[in-house]
Write a protein that binds this ligand. Sequence first.
Ligand code: HEC
Ligand code: HEC
Length: 438
Amino acid sequence: MRFLIPLAVLCLILSSLILASSASRSTEAPTGFDNKSNGVADDATHQADQTKFEEVEQLSDGLGPLYNAQSCRECHQSPVSGAASQVTELRVGHQGPEGHFRNPEIPIAHGAEVISGRSLVNDRAICPNAAFPNNEIQERVPETETIRTFRLSLNLLGDGFVEALADQTLIELAEQQCKSSHRKICGQVLQVPIVEAPGQMSVGKFGWKDQHASLLSFAADAYLNEMGITNRLQPDEVTKLCNAVSEPNDTPGTDGLSDIDHFARFIRATKAPARDSQLANGPVATKGNALFRKIGCATCHVETLTTAPAGTKINGGTFTIPVALGSITFHPYGDFLMHDVGTGDGILQATREHYGNRVFQMMSGYLSKQDFEGSRNKIRSAPLWGVRLRPRLMHDGASLTLRDAILRHRGEASHVSQQFEKLKREDQEAIIEFLKSL
Ligand code: HEC
Ligand code: HEC
């Protein structure tokens, strides 16, 4: 009896120690293409948010006047809603007299109006139509806009985990990467405005140019610029011509949430892309994974990252990381930093387009112009999760095989792609097999 009490106390101490260590240990992100929530929302809410994401907007909803598609799903759909697609968007501009990049000036309506302040060129327009038979508003690229590129649609599955990364995690990653590569590979951290928290900045992680840090900011930008739907964060139409619906087009429903809130919650609740289970554990992909690390691919295509703890406030204090996204380990095969790998299209971040007039006007005070200029020829490391599902590769979709994409890496990645070229053919094949398992 005398020994029993100390034994019980010991057990208590031991079990609380085990509990404490499991609390500080991070959990693996759920993966899959099953349309189920990762825990951020219950499945019914997630399904309802997905329905909003898939909704096809009509003229009466405020579609256009200039737009690219009628639904988020049209470009984010393969293999399931929220993923990527082959759809590209068109960006152009020209070199100003002092050597800086200039956004295009695109005359519409026989020159009655000039669209400026954005690098995006919309591929579609809603008129001429029955109500506006004489409005010729289709944008076309003027010959003077000689810098031109396509940019592919990106995967959104698992982006809730990316948003929940602490700024400090990416800042430290950039420093450590630069140090360990003897300054050959130094990812750029770009501080960008949080549109829903005017005056606040955070590390950009989304878009080919790291133009946004917040999924809500991105959803608002996409709703206006891809579909022409004005919303509380992007209230200004690109053109008023042909426009018959009152602004903003996106207004709150009975639950107080607007479409952009549903889109952001939908993306936050998606599971990360799952690997090809047949290939992932095979001997060739396993060998390829080891070589991928050994020759330095993983310096930029970082295999494992961990989100900030639940309860942390991000996006300028407007979003608190929920339990389902807190202290989660995930495998994006990307560092979300900007690099010059010799593929830059020379098109600078379109600030007015991405952040809207209101934030743009206050930006000169708190945004480093030099940082933006320095990122002109850089692209965010493409996160390789789900790369097997994308038949067109790199930002412009111009690389059609994995080997071509790898060999196209120059600039900061030159020494790594040269290492790849020096490998025996079967070792190169092993790396490609590994990529096909992601
Ligand atoms: C016409 C095609 C198209 C439509 C429609 C579209 N997107 Fe996209 N989306 C893209 C392209 C292209 C990119 C990459 C843009 C870039 O960085 O230049 C992208 C990127 C994104 C990203 C960044 C993902 C990442 O990991 O970096 C988010 C978030 C996003 N879109 C959300 C949406 C939402 C929400 C909608 C609906 C309101 C939408 N998109 C509609 C084509 C589209
Ligand atoms: C210096 C950083 C860096 C290194 C090192 C690097 N990459 Fe990349 N990788 C990038 C960037 C940046 C892109 C996007 C470039 C673009 O779209 O123009 C990219 C794109 C890719 C893509 C295309 C993905 C897609 O979705 O389109 C593949 C595949 C890829 N890298 C594989 C590799 C492999 C394999 C290695 C090692 C041999 C490697 N990378 C080394 C930065 C890097």
